[in-house]
Design a binder for this molecule. Sequence first.
Ligand SMILES: *[C@@H]1O[C@H](CO)[C@@H](O)[C@H](O)[C@H]1NC(C)=O
Ligand SMILES: *[C@@H]1O[C@H](CO)[C@@H](O)[C@H](O)[C@H]1NC(C)=O
Ligand SMILES: *[C@@H]1O[C@H](CO)[C@@H](O)[C@H](O)[C@H]1NC(C)=O
Ligand SMILES: *[C@@H]1O[C@H](CO)[C@@H](O)[C@H](O)[C@H]1NC(C)=O
Ligand SMILES: *[C@@H]1O[C@H](CO)[C@@H](O)[C@H](O)[C@H]1NC(C)=O
Ligand SMILES: *[C@@H]1O[C@H](CO)[C@@H](O)[C@H](O)[C@H]1NC(C)=O
Ligand SMILES: *[C@@H]1O[C@H](CO)[C@@H](O)[C@H](O)[C@H]1NC(C)=O
Ligand SMILES: *[C@@H]1O[C@H](CO)[C@@H](O)[C@H](O)[C@H]1NC(C)=O
Ligand SMILES: [Cu+2]
Length: 609
Amino acid sequence: MLRKLVSGLAWATILPFSLSLDSPRQFQLTVTWENRSPDGFSRNMILVNGQSPGPAIEINEGEEVWVTVLNQMPFPTTMHYHGIEMLNTPWSDGVPGVTQREIPPGGSFLYKWKATQYGAYWYHAHRHGQLDDGQYGPLTIHPKENTPTPFSLISQDRNTITAIENAVANAKPIQLTEWRHLPSDDIRKIEIAANMEVPCYDSLLINGKGKVDCWSANKTASLLSPEQKQLLAIIPGINSMTAKSCLPAVIDAKVIAAGFPTNISGIPPQIFDICTPTTGSQTVIEIKKGESESTARNGTTWVALNVIGAYSTITTTFSIDELPMWVYAVDGEYIIPQLVNAITITNGDRYSVLVQLNTVGDYTIRHASTLPVQLIAGQATLSYRDGREPVPKNQTSKPYINEGGTALAPTVVFYNQTMQKAFPPSPVADNADQTFILTMGNTDAAYKWALNGTSQPQTLDVDNPILFKPQPNLLNNLTITTRNNTWIDLIFVATHIPQPAHPIHKHSTKMWLIGSGHGVFKWPSVAAAKQEIPQSFNLVDPPKRDGFSTLDASRGPTWTAVRYHVTNPGAWFLHCHIQSHLLGGMSIVIQDGIDHWPTTPPEYLNYKG
Ligand SMILES: *[C@@H]1O[C@H](CO)[C@@H](O)[C@H](O)[C@H]1NC(C)=O
Ligand SMILES: *[C@@H]1O[C@H](CO)[C@@H](O)[C@H](O)[C@H]1NC(C)=O
Ligand SMILES: *[C@@H]1O[C@H](CO)[C@@H](O)[C@H](O)[C@H]1NC(C)=O
Ligand SMILES: *[C@@H]1O[C@H](CO)[C@@H](O)[C@H](O)[C@H]1NC(C)=O
Ligand SMILES: *[C@@H]1O[C@H](CO)[C@@H](O)[C@H](O)[C@H]1NC(C)=O
Ligand SMILES: *[C@@H]1O[C@H](CO)[C@@H](O)[C@H](O)[C@H]1NC(C)=O
Ligand SMILES: *[C@@H]1O[C@H](CO)[C@@H](O)[C@H](O)[C@H]1NC(C)=O
Ligand SMILES: *[C@@H]1O[C@H](CO)[C@@H](O)[C@H](O)[C@H]1NC(C)=O
Ligand SMILES: [Cu+2]
């Protein structure tokens, strides 16, 4: 509160409505459909207040937040606040057909919620593939005073800790995305016509900037993983990736289409085969020595970054040349810090990291895909300057990873989620009250997916959101129902082989990853499985997040078990965060706390635009 009062003083005279400390923090996000060229190629895309990524929403824990979304696009939309639990405000979660009606062209919607958490979050569209068209931005919540922090585990020096705290209070978002030259709805049409996903991108962006980088056949060949070599060998005569460093469509049709009939003849050649380089542009994060209070007395400057995996499909390796990173928070919550050189990042992930700058210079920030379907990488620059020292000439930083996302030396340490420990500890219940086993896989086409045997229709019944009228006894493979204050196990089983890892995201409250393994999950519950394979479970101090990747099932069946506590009644979406899987139907709705169902306020219930 103190911080807000101080920073609010300057505005008090011009913004009379914000005089009261209890008045909500108000933001207006205007979304438009306009021509821009993030990677040097011009196309129509979604801007939020004239930019993509959209402006940062920065608030303090405990504040009421009002976000007005004004839709000035020629199609409907919604806005979701990824990782925000929406305590007692499920109608502001932003999922069309689950929590609200769509915002029509020309319409607006007032999202009201309370910041009951702290840390790094993000907002993004939750309609069709609009996230891929640029509708996303960072959301940062500063913790309440006296929130215990893990920084004394990084340094015991009081002055250094103060520099770290100042860096963290000014954490800079690093938003990572793929980019395509065709709008998401066009890509979807191509996928449906081909009866197959087309996971081949034009560029990778960092904070909305990048370039089309066409690699020589030699460079691509030198980066091939053993798995990619194996895949290329499937069809005789094909032994190289395409000009965009993608697996050729014929190989995808054989492998990822998993036996379904496909028709690749209608796929435009620029999707897989034609690469036209651009100059593009690059994000530069400028840090000046001594300019902010994050420079310690001994001259070291600390920088905090909120790294956000805003990806559509890929998983990457993220790294900053020469700069080890202290990972101090994951999905918004503090952890016991891990000192690493690289982090594997997937769709929806947030990693808050601290780096220490001792020498002026330019340090390259990198992300590189690790999925077999494409070799692709992107860069930004962390530029550290001191007014008194000369700028180094022609300096290039030394990378930890290559453009295939692989460590360049055995000493490169990756972030290890298995070792993730909440700070302070966040215990999980010993037993679950209810278990749901959810199968993952395709249904009747290679572009259709399901969380339990039934694909969610591409558009839910957008005019009749489930929140407004829950159905307690629904047994349709697409809905699960719980009672408030119970513990729930969700066991995701990949039985159809092959299938990739799925980054499963749950709306509202977070989950604990209590176990995972290879093979078939042949037990009715975690309790039963634990009797036989106790080493596959951690119920003592498991990682807690709002999204977990299931285990890769390209070679055999796998299972992944998460547990969560029902504390916030409402209709919550549970889905794969790979956009083509989500659009292909890989989602279910959880009717949490059916016995304490919230009453939707009339302005949401009667919303028409
Ligand atoms: C590509 O690699 C081959 C084999 O390693 C080599 O002979 C050739 O000179 C390389 N071409 C270029 C353009 O670097
Ligand atoms: C395959 O796609 C092409 C181009 O879209 C179309 O003309 C053709 O009819 C399709 N073939 C089949 C068997 O569906
Ligand atoms: C300043 O202190 C930190 C540890 O608190 C240390 O890692 C760093 O190397 C020091 N910087 C200089 C320039 O000595
Ligand atoms: C800078 O480096 C590039 C490539 O490493 C080299 O071609 C160029 O001559 C260098 N320029 C100067 C001024 O040293
Ligand atoms: C991650 O940590 C776990 C538990 O300490 C360990 O078993 C595993 O080998 C580690 N993974 C990697 C890739 O280092
Ligand atoms: C649920 O999915 C299974 C396939 O896994 C299917 O056999 C069953 O009919 C579905 N149930 C309903 C109610 O749709
Ligand atoms: C998932 O599908 C199985 C098999 O059809 C079914 O028995 C089970 O009830 C379904 N689960 C849910 C939550 O719908
Ligand atoms: C749901 O249960 C949680 C945990 O016991 C409790 O804090 C909350 O007040 C309950 N919500 C309602 C609406 O009863
Ligand atoms: Cu998926």
